[in-house]
Write a protein that binds this ligand. Sequence first.
Ligand SMILES: [Mn+2]
Length: 356
Amino acid sequence: MENRLIQVRQKLKDNNIDAILITKRQNYMYLSGFTGTSAHLLISAEKAYLITDFRYIEQATRQAPLFEVVKYQGNIEIEIKKLLEELFVKKLGFEADHLTYDKYLCYKEKFENTELVPQKDFVESLRIIKSDDEIEKIKKAVEIADRAFEHILNYIKPGIKENEIAAELEYFMKKNGAQGPSFETIVASGTRSAMPHGVASEKVIQYGDIVTLDYGAIYEGYCSDITRTIFVGYAQDKLKEIYEIVLNAQLKALKGAFEGKTGREIDSIAREIITKEGYGNNFGHGLGHGVGLEIHEEPRLSVSGEKVMKNGMVVTVEPGIYIEGLGGVRIEDMIVINNDKPQILTKAPKEMIIVG
Ligand SMILES: [Mn+2]
């Protein structure tokens, strides 16, 4: 945490601002350790304040020892303004992609002696490389999701609803240490699996269905993300064929994911394989994304992924093929970028599985 504050203060200098106001939850969690749902951080070269209300004073004092906890009552702007004046802040950075327009206007009016300077990716640029401690937490989140997959294989059979499968996955993960699911659980069966983000519905699993499961756990604030596609009863030939193509593309992309490559270069490994097999138009999303305190964060592995991979980045590799009226296949692992081979965090099996 101390190191993170040092980095923030360096960025204050680099960006020519006197202080930064942090309002996005994942960012104040990352910088302060405070996990509650309401806080503002005000960080200058000398001072670090965490401003919150009555409900969180005890928790904030305990979780954020590097910050002076300031309580506000009524309007938080009054408290922030007081601190800005004490610190002689002339230029205040704010998170442009988080502060609402309404709040911006309010600040502009109330902080009349301070210039508001929009900042982009101020904390996100620090979060993009994970520390060993963060990777340990992510590993736990991945492990919980892996175990949930093993568990759910015995649960899926004809007659069960997608919603029941989603509930069972989430229940299992919570019972095994997760704070909750990292996003709305996707269970897409039969022709619904052609929808890449088909969240669980009331549809009942049929004999012969293909089922895509895409879900994850949160552990100590950190997310995991896994996708597996399985078959119930038997596998249709066409779906079997696309399963093998997706798996091959995924394995090759994993091999090519290492430090120095851009997100686009890794994406193109899988995209070329899928395109060569004639399914290029059926792979309409990016290959992967960063994962951390947020389920989707930088860097992106996609046709527009300019960022260069660095050691300690955590990303997903998740090619898919979707055919309307038939079904879809996606296989997703999480990895840590290394010099050569990535460290593959997801351990759930990837060979074709037929249940029920
Ligand atoms: Mn994903």
